[in-house]
Design a protein around this ligand. Structure first.
Ligand code: FAD
Ligand code: NAD
Length: 152
């Protein structure tokens, strides 16, 4: 099967957009991800699927902790930036929540501890327990058909 056809088909599944953050050796690293799933209510588990080429993959194995920030509809630029699509280095003013660096003003910030990781093809699924979260008002940034949308 052609890769483009697969991506076109998967792109028909509308999602929100998150930025995953972690810290290793006092360095914060962020990465945009839409492969984010709510997995279990008791215990409270989520998963993120991270490509083997992404720096984030090794960093999550090393740190064992990460945060997920669900972006609002004003944060498209941050999504593009943390996907490596803006060719400049920026100084990001992270917020701190439950001791972890998170994206400011996101709809949701949650902190997570990795429980299990499963290599699946060219990605790794990181299944993690949510240790704390907070929810803020606003509308979500959406990703559909390879483009950003909003719900209005
Ligand atoms: P890099 O590409 O090295 O970093 C990303 C960018 O963030 C760079 O510009 C870097 O300089 C900057 N940056 C990171 N940390 C900081 C910091 N502390 N301060 C300042 N700048 C910083 N890939 C997946 O594997 N899974 C997914 O679910 C997924 N979903 C995606 C959804 C969307 C909508 C998009 C657009 C892309 C998605 N990607 C996904 C692709 C992924 O975001 C990119 O491949 C990304 O570049 C891989 O990140 P990396 O860890 O290699 O980091
Ligand atoms: P796109 O048309 O490549 O993405 C549409 C959908 O295809 C995505 O929502 C995702 O479900 C799927 N997809 C895309 N690349 C994938 C990959 N390498 N592995 C598994 N599923 C994948 O949209 P785009 O605007 O061209 O994406 C921008 C960049 O971000 C591309 O390089 C793309 O590969 C990457 N991306 C990766 C993932 C992922 O790894 N899960 C998800 C979204 C986007």
């Amino acid at each position: 099967m052609d890769d483009r056809l697969f991506r076109t088909a998967m792109g028909r599944f509308a999602t929100g957009v998150t930025v995953i953050t972690t810290k290793v050796n006092e360095t914060i690293h962020g990465m945009t991800a839409n492969a984010f799933v709510s997995v279990s209510l008791n215990p409270k588990l989520i998963l993120v699927s991270i490509g083997e080429q992404a720096q984030m993959n090794e960093l999550l194995k090393e740190s064992g902790h990460f945060a997920v920030s669900i972006l609002n509809d004003n944060q498209e630029d941050l999504s593009a930036y943390f996907a490596g699509q803006i060719n400049e280095e920026r100084k990001i003013d992270f917020d701190v929540f439950n001791g972890m660096d998170v994206i400011k003003d996101a709809l949701v910030n949650m902190t997570c501890t990795v429980q299990n990781s499963v290599v699946a093809g060219d990605h790794t699924l990181f299944i993690a327990e949510v240790t704390d979260l907070r929810v803020q008002d606003g509308d979500p940034l959406l990703f559909y058909g390879g483009a950003y949308r909003n719900i209005k």
